[in-house]
Design a protein around this ligand. Sequence first.
Ligand SMILES: [Zn+2]
Length: 548
Amino acid sequence: MRARTALLHPGWVILAVSAWLASAANLPLWLVMRDLGLFGQMGGWLFALAFALMITACLAGIVSLLAWRWTLKPVLALLLLASAFGAHFMLAYHVLIDTSMINNALQTNTSEVRDLLSLRLAATLLLLGALPCTVVWRWPVDFGRWPRRSVHNLLQAVAALLALVLLVLVSFSPLASTMRNHKELRYLVNPLNAMYALGHLASQPLRRSSIALQPMGLDARAALVPGGRPPLLILVLGETGRSGNFGLNGYGRDTTPELMRQGVSSFRNVMACGTSTAASVPCMFSGLGRTAYEARKNNAEGLLDVIQRAGMAVLWVDNQSGCKGACDRVASVNTSNLSHPTLCSGGECYDGIMLEGLDQRIAALPAERRARGVVVVFHQMGSHGPAYYLRSPQAFKRFAPECTDNDLQNCDNASLVNAYDNSIAYTDHFLSSTINWLKTQQSAYDTAMLYVADHGESLGEKNLYLHGMPYLIAPDVQKRVPWITWLSRSYEVRTGATSSCLADTVDRPVTHDYYFHSVLGLLAIQSSVYRQELDVYSRCLSKGVESS
Ligand SMILES: [Zn+2]
């Protein structure tokens, strides 16, 4: 009985943890609000206090419903640790946490996690997560009997809700104007941002039927090119390519000398579908375009299904964390965990690995399909951050010194850009090597290469790092991507798209919405899903191909 006197009501634990989360774990939010000048006057401070109390009430209300003997402490521990993680990424990289960021995080593999580990992450986890967890865990709580517990939980939740409503009412006008003028703030409210995003993702199957896969391009067929050999097209799906850091696109540094010599065409004004891999890659291959892709009710087949339906052979080679559904019904191989004396180490490989043994991989595809054409997708590791320095071999470290700290803010900006530019220099070499490999295949195929990156990157501009900002407020550098085309002489003859014709069109504004239709156009695949106005090559393609 003596111990019982020291026991505390669960409500106090909930209130304490909620207040801690609203204050300390929301440091990124408070810093951003300070930088926006929102604490300028007395009114600003009062609003901040009301806002913190709103977050506290909201969290306390949610946790109250879970305040049972076996669930309360695990739930609180989970919230504390998740918030500590969130706070670290928001502080270190200035990312915002929304549905697409959480979707990305859920699809992260172990080598990507390794790239993100740092002393600073450990310190934040310890201070904001582990220490308060220990306190909560040791806190003696009197849960009482379950009927009383249910009543108390419900009363607490109602009280929290009332407090929230009251706070919103008294601070309605500053709250409404702040949220309208600074949309990014909602993605900074820790951990409600992550909870909302997880809920949104979890409810997706309810909003979108995943069983019924909508077929696409049932009428697709490859046009017969008179006297032509079958096409062999390599689609290089770039990772984290900043259009502006390509020498080809007018960058001050010569990051792309090899491509320059190959005589490629480079579209300079291309906007991505999303600001993350998980958003952009499925969208590019969906053929729906950004608006329709985001609003889609059903999952549908995509570009590679249409190409296969036209009778061609398709192979997806992945040197990264997977194809995010874009290669679901297609032959695929992962090269990121192969072993190779110079190209692979530490559980990952440089992109050059994708060219190793490619002849045999293509030869293993069905012969009757190869006779109609071959499409190979190379999914690059590219310039995946924040460990850019890991993405280029020693021989391509043209710009020094390099930032080698995963906490990008610990590096000076010049060394960060150096590390990034070296990864572009290696991509330049990889793309040029791909072209050289294609040149060895010209006796059997008409060959071509198209390189388009999934999204760009922030390299410290406006104090932002990495990518994945909500699309509407993301800076241009996260959305502007390179789009580079190489056509062999025989491909030029086959399509009529000469490099001089393409050179006249490289400044036109283009988006990822064009990707699907441009690939179909290059392959001369005819289908009702093809839209000529979204084919960047259409102005240069000759109309002389016949139907098979
Ligand atoms: Zn990506």
